[in-house]
Design a protein around this ligand. Structure first.
Ligand SMILES: [Ca+2]
Length: 233
């Protein structure tokens, strides 16, 4: 596909931006395979609150696949665990991660796993009552002890934010709303992975180009994804 586009461009003299949708210009990318088992993924990720307890917050094996390394967080009630990592944030950016929530009993309303931008926004939060929520608005249900693919398109235009969230390839949130000035003007964030119980994370990425699930949702080649309605921006 890339060669075809390049040949067409050469034939027509069309300018081809160096950053095509087929490149991999990740602003953040971590599959947690480069760290040693039973260690904290330093210096890339900063441990905060309960995450400083290395006995329960560490690189470990995927509970469903012993050949795969993941990051485990363990937050106790009222004392959750944060993994934070600095990342540049352009106005148009795609965030993805895999999450597996444990099933320890927790007070209703208490969160299990979440992903967010420090001090600014929780992008997606999985609660102990079996629901997940993004703010403002949409809620659905999920299962514990199961991996989910989170894909988020975070698009700023002035003070307007359009946020689209796909969970396992299904669009669960697609909304535009106004941001405060802090969020509207930010050029970087600390991406936060949070656990209020046992939570595993893997394959965390932030990139300014559409991830494959969004290309698929636009009908560009990944079979099985639904066509996504394009919003007026
Ligand atoms: Ca991994």
């Amino acid at each position: 596909m890339k060669k075809v586009i390049l040949l067409i461009a050469l034939a027509t003299g069309v300018y081809v931006p160096s950053q095509s949708v087929f490149a991999d210009p990740f602003l953040l990318q971590d599959d947690f395979e480069s760290y040693s088992i039973n260690t904290w993924p330093s210096p890339d990720w900063t441990a905060v609150w309960n995450a400083t307890d290395i006995s329960t917050n560490k690189i470990t094996y995927d509970p469903t696949n012993s050949a795969n390394q993941v990051l485990k967080l363990y937050g106790e009630q009222w004392w959750s665990a944060d993994a934070r990592r600095y990342c540049l944030f352009p106005d148009d950016v795609y965030i993805s991660a895999k999450i597996y929530n444990g099933s320890e009993p927790r007070t209703p309303g208490w969160g299990r796993g979440s992903i967010g931008l420090l001090g600014v926004r929780t992008l997606l939060n999985f609660y102990s009552d079996g629901t997940y929520t993004s703010w403002p608005g949409t809620s659905g249900t999920y299962q514990t002890e199961q991996w989910y693919d989170i894909n988020i398109h975070y698009l700023r235009n002035g003070t307007d934010l359009t946020m689209t969230i796909l969970l396992d390839g299904i669009e669960v949130f697609d909304k535009s709303f106004e941001m405060n000035s802090q969020e509207a003007e930010a050029t970087s964030h600390y991406l936060v992975l949070n656990g209020g119980s046992t939570v595993y994370f893997d394959d965390v990425t932030v990139t300014p180009v559409p991830t494959s699930v969004f290309l698929g949702s636009l009908g560009l080649g990944v079979a099985g994804w639904k066509l996504r309605r394009r919003k007026e921006l």
